[in-house]
Design a protein around this ligand. Structure first.
Ligand code: R5P
Length: 297
């Protein structure tokens, strides 16, 4: 397989070039901003993976993926694999109100319609919306990556926090792999404004008990965007836990002011994977993607 690398990716691309041949491709923008690229080698009968950074500039990312895959199909590539570790629009996975789009599904559908044979992503916000695509839509889990990191890097005892029910399945599995305990908070968001109406610490007694044996609590979420969810959870946690608090995210969107919000709330450390290039991307999902591609593609 040969890879086309989105020039917006730095860290993750550097991991993948160690294992795969790169298809030389020129990327630029026309003076008005429109996307231009040119494959500099034939792609006929080749299996091609396109690695696309889903943030920032989600709309460009989706359109770039459509243009690349359609062109690859026209030029008779044998197989086209879309690798979008952060899947844009994944959170609009329902018609929360009548008249809204189900953007997550439409993005996936557009990519398949443009010629992509399989989409590979990581820790997608919710898998259910992609069920109709069956094995064409592959969601890899970063659990193993996080478990290895925690076991290697944290010496004292630690436990995990899921900020809401949506994250509890992941956190429970991660706790199993990392041999630690976990608690789940409860969160309620307003469908009108997107604001968090309420975030509650449940199992406060359990946290107090864990505090006796653990130096660190790790708040784990799939995405940080405004930082609202994580900072509220950390603020509450801070009231009942004296140790170090790590805020850990798979996808670091980190909108302006989200980092100060986390720090003010009491986060001592911030970690993210390199699914999005950020200054906090200390954990690479490169090996996860590489080993999947090597085994399956
Ligand atoms: C929502 O359910 C997600 O899992 C994240 O908790 C959410 O997207 C984070 O967004 P924000 O940082 O804006 O609270």
């Amino acid at each position: 397989m040969k890879l086309v690398l989105d020039p917006n990716y730095q860290g993750l691309a550097a991991q993948l070039v160690k294992k795969f041949d790169i298809l030389p491709t020129e990327f630029k923008n026309f003076p008005d901003g429109e996307v231009y690229f040119r494959f500099k080698e034939s792609v006929q009968e080749e299996k091609i993976g396109i690695l696309i950074s889903g943030y920032p500039n989600q709309n460009d990312a989706v359109f770039k993926a459509v243009l690349l895959s359609r062109t690859l199909e026209e030029l008779e590539a044998r197989n086209i694999i879309g690798i979008l570790p952060y899947f844009p629009y994944a959170r609009q996975d329902k018609r929360f109100h009548s008249g809204e789009p189900i953007s997550a599904k439409t993005v996936a559908r557009s990519l398949f319609d443009s010629g992509i044979d399989r989409i590979i992503t990581v820790d997608v916000h919710s898998e259910e919306v992609f069920e109709e695509f069956g094995g064409q839509f592959i969601n890899l889990s970063s659990i193993e990556v996080w478990a290895n990191y925690l076991k290697k890097e944290l010496n004292g005892g630690y436990f995990l926090i899921a900020p809401d029910k949506g994250r509890s399945k992941f956190v429970k599995k991660l706790a199993g792999k990392a041999n630690c305990d976990f608690v789940t908070f409860s969160k309620e968001r307003s469908l009108e404004t997107g604001e968090i109406k309420e975030l509650q610490v449940v199992q406060e007694q359990k946290i107090k008990e864990l505090s006796e044996e653990c130096e660190t609590a790790i708040l784990s979420d799939d995405i940080i965007s405004t930082g609202g969810t994580a900072s509220q959870a950390i603020k509450k946690l801070n009231k009942v836990f004296d140790g170090e608090i790590i805020a850990a995210f798979t996808h670091g969107v980190f909108l302006p002011r989200s980092v100060p919000k986390l720090l003010r709330a009491g986060a001592d450390r911030i970690l993210a994977t390199d699914s999005i290039d950020t200054p906090f991307s200390k954990i690479s999902i490169g090996p996860l993607i590489t080993s999947f591609l090597e085994k399956r593609e």
